[in-house]
Design a protein around this ligand. Sequence first.
Ligand SMILES: Cc1ncc(COP(=O)(O)O)c(C=O)c1O
Length: 396
Amino acid sequence: MEDGALPMLIAPPALSTAPLEVPHRLLMGPGPSNVPARVLAAAGLPLLGHMHPQYLKIMDECQAWLRYAFQTTNELTLAVSGSGHAAMEAGIANLVEAGDPVLVAENGLWGERVSDIADRYGAEVKTTKVAGGEVFTLGQIEEELRRHRPKLLFLCHGDSSTGALQPLVGMGELCHKYGCLLFVDCITTIGGVPVFIDKWGIDVAYTGAQKVLNVPPGASPITFSPRAVQRIASRHSKVGSFYLDMTLVGRYWGVGGPRIYHHTGLISNVYVLREGLALLAEEGLEAAWARHRQSVDTLHAGLERMGLQLFVKEKAHRLPTVSTVCVPAGVKWDAVSKFIMEKYSMEIAGGLGPTAGKVWRIGLMGANANPANVTLVLAAMEDALRHVGFLRRSAL
Ligand SMILES: Cc1ncc(COP(=O)(O)O)c(C=O)c1O
C-alpha cells in the first residue's frame, strides 16, 4: 500500500476553524497589561527576513531606546528571545560557573526563582531573606557580602509577588567593594519607576515586555555592564545554554564583532517592542514615572478610604506599578476578583508565593496607569466589596 493510502492516525480535532476571537479585558493585574493600538498594529506588519538590513535597523533602534529606558551606555544591551524568565536565566547562565558563590536576596517569589536557576547552573547558592513586603538595607547586604564573599548578588527591584520596591542606591558600590557583580530584576520597574543602571552601578538588569512597556510578551530586554562583559570573557567554561549565550546573541545584535546568525530573531516581537519603546521615549521617562506616581497615590488613598490596608507597611517601599492589598478577614479574595471579572471584564489578581490567599494585586502599568482606570478599579472594588458584604451601602 502506498503511504498516501494509509488511514490517518490522528483525525482533525473537532474544533471550530473560524477566525480566533477573544474577549476584551482591562488587565489591572500584575501583568500582562493592555497593549495600545499602535503597538498591537505593529504585530500585524509583514515579516522581514531576520537578517534583512531593514529588520537589523529595527533591532538597532530597539537597542538605542533600551539604553534610554535602562539609562545606560552599556554596549551589550538587547532583547532576549523569551519571556522575562529567559532574561533572568540569561543573566545566571552567562555570569555563573559551576562552584561560584552566588548570593540571592529573597524578598518574594522572584528571588526563589533565581536561587533555583542558579542552583541548576551549579552555583553555590546562599540566600538571605526578609519577610514578604519588606526590603533589604545596605547594612544587611554588606554583612552578607562580607560573610559569603559571593561573585554575584541578586536583588529584585520591584517584587510583583509582594508589592515591595527594593531601594538600590548604594548597592552597586557595595557589591564592587567586595568584588561582586550586581544582578537586578527590573521587570516591573523599567518605565514606571526611576532606574539608573549606570549611575547605580548595576551590572546586569532585565525587564519584561508585557508589564510597563505594554507590549505582548516574547522579547525581554537585558543589559550587561562592561564589568559583566569582562566576567563573561574570562569564563573557564562555556555558557551552559547555547540559546542564551550572550556573546553569540550579542553578535546577532551587532555587539562584539560582525553580525552572525544565531537563531531566527522574534521578528514580530521586536516590531512591537520597538513601538512600546518609542511610545515610552515619546512621553519621556520622567513624565512616565510621575504619571505612575500620581495614579498609585490616588489608588492607595481610595483603597484606604474603603477600609482596606496595603500589604507593604512602609510607604516609601511600595511598588508604584503593582499594589498588594490585604484581603480583610472573612472575605474570600477570589469571590471579589471573580465578581470584578464577570461584571467589569477587569482582571484583579490574587496573591502569589508568599502572598497567596492574603492579598489582591492591582497593577498600574504603562498606559494602564491613568486616572480613568484608577476610578474604574476603585468603583469595581467598592462594588465587589459590597457584593461580598464587607462594605454596607452606608459605609462610604
Ligand atoms: C518581578 C518579576 N520577575 C520575573 C517575572 C517573570 O517573567 P515572565 O513571566 O515574563 O517569564 C515576573 C512576571 O510576573 C515578575 O513580575
